[in-house]
Design a binder for this molecule. Structure first.
Ligand SMILES: Nc1ncnc2c1ncn2[C@@H]1O[C@H](COP(=O)(O)OP(=O)(O)OP(=O)(O)O)[C@@H](O)[C@H]1O
Ligand SMILES: O=C(O)[C@@H](O)C(=O)CO
Length: 420
């Protein structure tokens, strides 16, 4: 089998989000954690490589994505999808634009699209402005993100300083006219030298139009939702054959742990709801962790009944996050939390936990790496963009769900555990 679409995701929750949405159409999707050390032997039609490069220095993010591209091309992929966050999370320098430009150069293409819209999760783009629910991005809780605070809502303005070539827009009025109008506008922009085109989309119907118009581009970029229609389009084109079922959930013991390093407004609500349901919980304080390390958390965990799915969380409100960052610096605060939650994941697994719920993309990266996971099978979605996944870790089969900070209902943690 050869790979029809090769995908590169800038974080781990984003990768499972994308894999889950592609798998909705019943096509086999393979998710690799990091760039596999071996050349592809039996590549799936949809290969997703999860990287941890959203907040990496630009040069490193570019190098990692180029290496992922090489692997995907050796799996046969002629079309590439660059997946970033539906809230366009990036630092002032990048990495969304620089990676896109590097991939365009390697693929020999002069134009790509940017469409982070995810209507099922309330992300819509109108006249180039990104909305989270009813709020412009810069007025949404994303303005307080610990690593990538988003203080502008306009995607063209956010993208322009990240790239060297002109940025343009295909607006909703054009998208509403359908596939041919979008193609015509893209080619008009191309003739005008516009390399980077933001695409308005407010509903799934818009994404179907955009995906159909752009499905043969060597590079598409966006959130997961604009990729969702691609499998059906490739099947219709004859580029792809059969369908399959989502990976069946293995029969796993009840023992579980919930690890939360996301500080999004939704994760804060999910942590509160889970504690209110009576679950045992321990809050981790980054300043304390930096002073004494994770031993106190590991000791607490060792005393817990894993059948009750205890929660360890550093999730905190924006004022507490700011206070920790002022004391430790942004990166150090993030790092001590990620390391502690990763150590807890390994300890929980070694103590018998076979269902692990993780909240937060960076956190998921740290946890997954510590668990030594290299490949995930995609199971059923718990909430839009959040599937259960199944993998091997430390000689055991385990279930892992990697929840994007902003996704899932307030009852997500209990919902996830109830589903297996
Ligand atoms: N109390 C805290 N103070 C400072 N930083 C924290 C605190 N709790 C967690 N962090 C750090 O904040 C970052 C949260 O990022 P993460 O990607 O895990 O969540 P998210 O951005 O909400 O999720 P996603 O990327 O899926 O949207 C992590 O680096 C985490 O270690
Ligand atoms: O697109 C999203 O919002 C998520 O998949 C994500 O990238 C979270 O880190």
């Amino acid at each position: 089998m050869t790979t029809v679409l090769g995908c590169i995701a800038d974080d781990f929750t984003g990768a499972t989000d994308l894999a889950g949405l592609l798998a909705r159409s019943g096509v086999p999707v393979s998710l690799r954690i990091g760039i596999p050390s071996e050349p592809p032997s039996d590549p799936a039609p949809f290969e997703v490589i999860a990287l941890k490069c959203r907040t990496a220095p630009v040069a490193q993010a570019v190098a990692d994505c180029r290496a992922a591209l090489d692997w995907l091309q050796s799996a046969g992929a002629e079309r590439i999808f660059w997946k970033y966050c539906s809230t366009f999370d990036s630092t002032a320098e990048g990495n969304i634009g620089p990676v896109a430009e590097a991939l365009m150069a390697d693929l020999g293409t002069s134009q790509t699209i940017y469409c982070p819209a995810f209507p099922e999760n309330g992300r819509a783009i109108f006249m180039g402005n990104l909305f989270v629910g009813r709020q412009p991005l810069a007025e949404s809780p994303m303005k307080d993100h610990p690593l990538t605070p988003m203080r502008d809502s306009n995607l063209m303005r956010l993208l322009a300083p990240q790239v060297t070539r002109p940025v343009g827009l295909v607006d909703r009025l054009t998208v509403a006219q359908g596939v041919e109008a979008v193609r015509a506008e893209l080619s008009r922009l191309s003739e005008a030298g516009v390399a980077h085109v933001v695409m308005d989309a407010v509903a799934n119907e818009d994404l179907y139009v955009i995906a159909e118009a752009c499905r043969d581009m060597p590079l598409m970029t966006g959130g997961s939702a604009v990729a969702m229609p691609l499998p059906a389009l490739y099947i219709a084109d004859g580029a792809l054959g059969g369908r399959s079922e989502a990976a069946a959930a293995p029969d796993l013991p009840q023992a579980a742990v919930v690890l939360s390093g996301s500080c999004s407004a939704m994760t804060n609500a999910q942590v509160s709801a889970y504690m209110a349901s009576g679950a045992p919980a321990l809050q981790l304080d980054p300043v304390e962790l930096a002073r004494t390390g994770p031993q106190a958390a590991l000791d607490w965990l060792a005393g817990q009944d894993l059948e009750r799915a205890p929660l360890l969380y550093a999730t905190a409100d924006p004022a507490s996050v700011r206070a920790a960052q002022e004391t430790l610096g942004r990166d150090r605060a993030g790092e001590v939390v990620e390391q502690a939650l990763a150590a807890c994941a390994v300890a929980a697994r070694d103590a018998g936990a076979r269902r692990i719920v993780v909240a937060g993309g960076e956190t998921s990266g740290a946890v997954t790496q510590a668990l030594g996971v290299t490949r995930l099978d995609i199971g059923k979605e718990i909430a839009p963009g959040v599937p259960w996944t199944f993998c091997d870790s430390g000689g055991h089969r385990i279930a892992l769900t990697l929840k994007s900070g902003n996704f899932g209902a307030e009852t997500f943690f209990a919902d996830a555990l109830a589903q297996l």
